[in-house]
Design a protein around this ligand. Sequence first.
Ligand SMILES: [Zn+2]
Ligand SMILES: [Zn+2]
Length: 281
Amino acid sequence: MGRHLPTSGGLRKTLALAEEQGCEALQVFVSNPQGWAEPMVRDDAEAFVEGARKIGISPGVAHAKYLINLASPREDLRENSMRALAAELVAAGELGLDLVVVHAGSHGGDGEEKGVDRLVEGLERARELAGNSGRAAEAVVENSVGAGTQLCSTFDVLGEVSRRAGVRVCVDTAHAFVAGHDLAVPGGPRLVAAELRAALGEAVALLHLNDAKNELGSHRDGHRKVGEGLIPEASWTELFAALPGVPLVMETPYETPEADAEEVRRVKRLAGGLRKTADEG
Ligand SMILES: [Zn+2]
Ligand SMILES: [Zn+2]
């Protein structure tokens, strides 16, 4: 398990933070998530690849730009999104990262069916383009909160995209909760995990482990530190037991490095005694 970590102090600092906080996985941005600028070539890339290998980071994850909308009704936006995702797959691959999480996007009023068609096509084209230029990371699609015309707030639609585009997915627990999946009641996490497995099988590559700031079914995003939001601590233990072996990355608000490290320890306590995977012995 790990956290989303800043890269502003350089990638060596990112790795130092990961180690200090007891992270075995990590997530970073490889470009400005709010702008279209392409990922920069970093002179600390090699040090990062080596350092991450040495401390055993797995998986290494990049979160793609928030601007990307492969399902947009606007052709120019779809084209920019496809190229931006391809560039991030390549940049993440060059940093030795395994996964790139991309949002499912919004159909913008054209309807879910058309939106899903566009998303599937965009994912296929981005992977093709990235595949042509060397080593690329794996794109995984994240579930949404289902605000407005956002796609993939239900596991069924996420499953359809996964099957048709041949991609795995990232499930954000805060998004799932505000989209209407009740993780807060006893037995809820087990049920949600069963639904997830029915819709996606083995295609869940990653959990974004975030506590929810807003109510069940509110469709309003907002992350809290694990244990400080609307999902009780017992729910996490139940969820981990129902989804063994799925890596997780927290995207909860940064506090002091000490408070962040305490959150990692808390989650490890909640997952205590569980085997990481069946074959890791
Ligand atoms: Zn996200
Ligand atoms: Zn997320």
